[in-house]
Design a protein around this ligand. Structure first.
Ligand code: ATP
Length: 494
């Protein structure tokens, strides 16, 4: 990361803490690594992002329905899904700094440096070799690759490495109050399996026909080896996943469909096309026949925000095998067409995005520093250029001064609008300071009540991005705000 970008990221992280978006978990005890809490404005922003995802999945697609499955699942679920045996990351320790790394991340970072030095071919060769070794689980040779390329620890600067070992990322706990009867269960590392085990119940009760999808938002837990970069990699996080069940043989066409839909969705949120890219996987997971990441250009480089995976019939078949319950779908439409194969286990195309990474992308994209004013009056301004539909607070109502009936008038406007929008009323400090504070949390409109308001029922409305002010009748406020903050502004760009 270039120094400027490092500084920028530091500023964004401290902005998030200072203005009530994200706090380190249990901070009075010095925090818990890779776990974070969302403050008042962060909680609103995250909820808006989740609602938007939920609505665009379930409302805009008549063949996608929702589900809210439990975090705890029968332990066999994770045996069937392959997580018990192979949800591992290769880890390696540096003996001098005692720091632990993911071996693949060390090599990927090295390849990125090679690429930056114009050695793209060498970078590609290293990555290909790494993928082959990971695929074949040749951990000894993976270590040799690290040593051969002289990849050193960023802290100690040495290549004094331990062996590479596999580390399972699932957290486990025990259910049952009597020690002898207690059995080991896992905290789900992905929400997807809750969808798979409910596939037939959902299909029958919601009377769905293949192709159809099931969407779910929920917590997931991974004991990440290296937790870095703020809320980018957490041990407790939230996923928004949609599994789309299709006829075997049609999965590639749906894979491409959902890839395009999801890229459009990110752009509709206001992410510039240049800051998004698609990264097809070279090394496929055991369950996939095609996979790609949608990446965003964070200040620390292009990194995954969402995965699109063609998961074949792997999961349903494995659950069928372990539960001994048939997972077949009887496709009446196919039988009507006289085709003999109307009874099958569907294939699955998955879209999987992290709510926290989406939040971080939104914050990085919105954080804006600019110089305003001329000559001596020049000053730096920081604001969050959030899409009004996502902004935690939609409008702030200020009386110009705390006397002469202005607070009462402002309060009556606040009381009238509060049922429609998340708005706040503020009367402390100078009006300039109050504007600045709203800029810092990304409030798109500030409404000021002054002496003229008492005469003719008009107020000034100030726009966050341009700082322009306009006089409008109080009676026009609901429409003026409503038009801008409506999620349909995003939906119509999908
Ligand atoms: P990575 O390669 O970054 O570890 P992954 O490929 O393991 O991610 P998936 O299993 O595809 O991730 O999970 C889907 C999405 O869930 C990711 O795109 C990301 O947005 C989110 N996600 C995964 N792991 C984490 C984590 N530790 N913290 C926050 N979000 C996560």
């Amino acid at each position: 990361m270039a120094t400027d970008d490092k500084d920028l990221f530091k500023k964004i992280v401290s902005h998030a803490k200072e203005y009530g978006f994200v706090f380190p978990s249990s901070e009075i005890y010095d925090g818990l690594q890779a776990v974070y809490d969302y403050g008042p404005y962060g909680a609103e922003l995250k909820k808006n992002l989740k609602d938007l995802w939920w609505q665009s999945m379930t409302r805009l697609n008549e063949n996608v329905v929702g589900l809210d499955a439990a975090i705890f699942m029968h332990p066999l679920t994770w045996k069937a899904s392959g997580h018990v045996d192979s949800f591992n990351d290769p880890m390696i320790d540096n003996k001098d700094s005692k720091k632990r790394y993911r071996a693949d991340n060390l090599i990927e970072d090295y390849a990125q440096r090679l690429e930056a030095e114009g050695k793209a071919d060498q970078a590609k060769a290293v990555l290909t070799e790494m993928n082959q070794l990971l695929e074949a689980e040749k951990l000894g040779e993976l270590r040799e690759l690290i040593v051969r390329e002289n990849i050193t620890c960023p802290i100690s600067g040495t290549a004094n490495w331990t062996e590479v070992r596999q580390f399972n990322l699932m957290f486990s706990t025990e259910v049952g109050s009597v020690a002898e009867d207690a059995s080991k269960i896992y905290l789900r590392p992905e929400t997807a399996q809750g969808i798979f085990v409910n596939f037939l119940s959902v299909q029958k009760t919601a009377r769905m026909k293949v192709p159809f999808g099931i969407a779910q938002i929920g917590k997931a837990f991974r004991n990440e080896i290296v937790a870095r970069q703020f809320i980018f990699r957490m041990r407790e996080f939230e996923q928004m996943e949609m599994q789309f069940f299709v006829r075997p043989g049609t999965e590639m066409q749906w894979y491409e469909h959902w890839r395009d839909v999801r890229v459009r969705w990110h752009k509709a949120l206001g992410i510039p096309a240049d800051n998004l890219r698609i990264h097809p996987h070279e090394k496929l997971a055991h369950y996939a026949n095609a996979a790609l990441d949608i990446e965003f250009k964070f200040p620390f480089g292009f990194k995954e925000i969402e995965g699109i995976h063609s998961r074949t019939d792997y999961d349903l078949k494995r659950h069928q095998e372990f539960s001994k319950k048939k997972q077949n779908y009887f496709d009446n439409d196919l039988n009507e067409e006289g085709k003999p194969y109307g009874n099958y286990v569907p294939y699955v195309v998955e879209t999987s995005v992290g709510a926290d990474r989406l939040f971080l992308m939104t914050l990085c994209n919105a954080y804006t520093e600019e110089t305003v004013g001329e000559g001596d009056q020049q000053k730096e301004r920081i604001y969050l250029k959030l899409h009004p539909a996502l902004a935690p607070v939609k409008a702030a109502i200020f009386p110009l001064v705390k006397k002469d009936g202005l607070p009462e008038k402002a309060m009556s406007i606040f009381n009238d609008l509060r049922y429609d929008f998340n708005i706040i009323y503020e009367e402390q400090q100078t009006i300039g300071k109050r504007y600045t504070r709203q800029d810092l949390i990304g409030t798109p409109f500030c409404i000021a009540v002054d002496y003229e308001t008492l005469e003719n029922d008009t107020v000034t409305i100030r726009y966050r991005d341009t700082m322009e002010q306009k006089r409008v009748p109080i009676s026009a406020l609901r429409e003026e705000i409503g038009r801008e903050v409506s999620v349909s502004n995003i939906f119509k760009n999908l």
